[in-house]
Design a protein around this ligand. Structure first.
Ligand SMILES: *[C@@H]1O[C@H](CO)[C@@H](O)[C@H](O)[C@H]1NC(C)=O
Ligand SMILES: *[C@@H]1O[C@H](CO)[C@@H](O)[C@H](O)[C@H]1NC(C)=O
Ligand SMILES: *[C@@H]1O[C@H](CO)[C@@H](O)[C@H](O)[C@H]1NC(C)=O
Ligand SMILES: *[C@@H]1O[C@H](CO)[C@@H](O)[C@H](O)[C@H]1NC(C)=O
Ligand SMILES: *[C@@H]1O[C@H](CO)[C@@H](O)[C@H](O)[C@H]1NC(C)=O
Ligand SMILES: *[C@@H]1O[C@H](CO)[C@@H](O)[C@H](O)[C@H]1NC(C)=O
Length: 497
């Protein structure tokens, strides 16, 4: 635009110049025709030049206009492009955010159990969810389960939830149905490890088809490990032998009171046994086996509930293993302190890439020397001590951390349960007479020392296991001393009861 204005200005100046020239030529007209002619020629020349200039300018202006137009369209294009770009970027950012949000959602949506999901978001409604009992990002893939968000329970679906008729056959377990869960055994085992309660309901409707007849078992289920089980309700309360019972057997309400299942009656009437298997370390039921259904009228129908787990394993007190740590949510492998079995703190390495049940989950490293309060002392007797059968007292105290030794009475009182080390050493005041001391725990003598001619030292080193309040002292039995040292310390404390 500025260029265009400049060109207009140049044009108008050129026209003004031309007018001035014309005025000058009129004044000199009278003098000379030649001159007039000359002037005319100049005028014509000028006119022509002006015309040329004008056309040139016109074409230049035209070109410039074209250029300006071109520029304007270009600017418009750039503008459009910029707008598109901005819109595009915000689109890209938007989709990025969506990805992040869905990732975040997925991270929250793959809790270990339904209870965990509910705890994280109490507004969730019951339905199918992905959970990952063996931990996010390792082990088996997440599993798709039913979450009851009212109770926080997790249910694993399987292919035998309907009432299914057993085919006719005679031998024990001639009918077998493998239960296919929509989860791996490992995921279900971890779910049960994390849960307080796991159970599975089972109903068997029967007609002339006993579970057990004349002590021969015809029906059983297989547990998580594939072992046969003959109880149809409750816990595996009797591990001795082949535990066989149904709910009516536990209640004492079976059709035939001498039997422990309604179906054991083997009667030609419709009966049923309904129970809830609640031995969570054996669940889920992996197979159902029946037999003795050979008669055309014999009938067994089974209805197996989902594996339903609820609650959270409660740790009573301190963790005693890597498994405990895993249960309370530790996932980073590393060195940990646990409550050892020996009343001491133990150090272990937990490899949380392994799972409960895997030996490599925990590697024992050693005892951790923890003292709730340090106890150690070194005291001396430098003046003559002659009182027999009395604890020797001390007049020099080098060290008495924890003040467990009372120097004026010479009695050590154990401040904590633990293992203590003591050492007593003394010279006889008169090297030619006998010197004798004895070490007492509470009121019992547990060690003695004696010097006789030529044997100058009286030494008692001793390691003792003491309980809080136990008294240890050294008493003079014979002779006298003016040079005794008594030292002791807490070697290892029993940290736990
Ligand atoms: C079984 O689990 C898979 C994912 O592991 C899921 O896609 C599928 O819908 C589940 N089937 C049933 C019947 O729930
Ligand atoms: C959740 O479990 C409770 C107790 O078993 C039951 O009464 C309720 O119907 C269940 N709710 C859903 C939505 O499954
Ligand atoms: C089995 O043992 C458990 C725990 O020891 C107990 O709560 C339960 O009443 C017993 N009986 C049955 C039938 O599960
Ligand atoms: C456990 O089973 C054995 C053998 O079957 C039986 O003799 C015993 O009475 C049972 N004990 C209990 C507590 O049920
Ligand atoms: C040592 O024991 C005596 C006598 O029982 C008592 O009076 C004194 O306070 C005790 N000293 C310390 C430091 O406990
Ligand atoms: C100390 O040991 C005694 C005996 O072994 C035991 O009865 C007591 O509970 C223990 N006390 C503590 C605090 O551990």
């Amino acid at each position: 635009m500025a260029q265009l204005v400049l060109i207009m200005f140049v044009l108008s100046q050129a026209t003004a110049l031309c007018i001035n020239v014309t005025a000058a030529s009129v004044e000199t007209k009278a003098n000379d025709a030649d001159r007039l002619q000359e002037l005319h020629e100049i005028q014509e020349d000028l006119k022509m030049k002006l015309k040329q200039f004008e056309t040139m300018m016109e074409s230049e202006v035209g070109k410039l206009k074209e250029k300006v137009e071109l520029l304007e369209t270009k600017v418009q294009e750039q503008d459009d492009l910029l707008k598109k770009c901005q819109a595009g970027t915000s689109d890209a950012i938007g989709s990025l955010r969506n990805v992040e949000e869905s990732n975040l959602k997925r991270a929250v949506l793959n809790p270990k159990t339904c209870l965990e999901a509910r705890t994280a978001d109490p507004s969730l409604e019951s339905g199918m969810f992905f959970i990952d009992p063996d931990g996010q990002g390792r082990g088996d893939d997440p599993i798709y389960v039913y979450c009851n968000m009212t109770t926080g329970s997790t249910s694993v679906l399987h292919d035998s939830e309907d009432s299914i008729a057993v085919s006719h056959c005679f031998e024990p377990g001639c009918y077998t149905r493998e239960i296919k869960y929509n989860a791996t055994l490992r995921q279900m085992t971890m779910l049960s490890e994390l849960s307080n309660v796991c159970q599975q309901s089972i109903q068997v409707d029967c007609y002339d088809a006993a579970f057990e007849f004349n002590s021969v078992p015809y029906a059983w289920w297989n547990d998580r490990n594939g072992d046969p089980r003959y109880f149809w309700s409750g816990m595996n309360n009797n591990s001795s032998g082949r535990y066989h019972t149904c709910q009516c057997g536990l209640d004492g309400s079976c059709k035939d009171k001498s039997l422990s299942c309604n179906c054991d009656s083997d009667l030609a009437i419709e009966l049923s046994d309904v129970g809830i298997l609640s031995e969570k370390d054996l669940l889920p039921v992996t197979k159902l086996n029946f037999g003795r259904t050979i008669a055309p009228t014999s009938m067994n129908r089974h209805t197996l509930g989902r594996l339903e787990c609820n609650g959270k394993v409660v740790l009573n007190g301190m963790p005693t293993s890597c498994q405990d740590l895993w249960r309370i949510g530790y996932t980073l492998s590393g060195i940990y302190s646990i409550k050892g079995s020996s009343n001491k703190v133990e150090t272990v390495y937990c490899d949380f890439t392994k799972l409960p049940g895997d030996e490599e989950l925990q590697t024992w490293i050693g005892y951790t020397d923890v003292k709730s309060d340090p106890v150690h002392f070194t005291v001396a007797r430098k003046t003559s001590f002659t009182t027999l059968n009395t604890a020797i007292s001390f007049d020099e105290e080098t060290l008495n951390t924890g003040n467990a030794l009372n120097t004026s009475t010479g009695i050590f009182a154990a401040p904590r349960n633990g293992t203590y080390f003591f050492a007593f050493s003394s010279f006889a005041e008169n090297q030619y007479s006998t010197l004798s001391f004895y070490l007492q725990l509470n009121d019992a003598t547990i060690a003695t020392c004696i010097t006789s001619y030529g044997l100058f030292y009286c030494n008692i080193p001793f390691t003792l296991k003491l309980s809080t309040g136990d008294r240890v002292q050294v008493s003079l039995q014979q002779g006298s001393t003016n040079n005794a040292i008594f030292t002791g310390w807490l070697l290892a404390e029993d940290i736990f009861k």
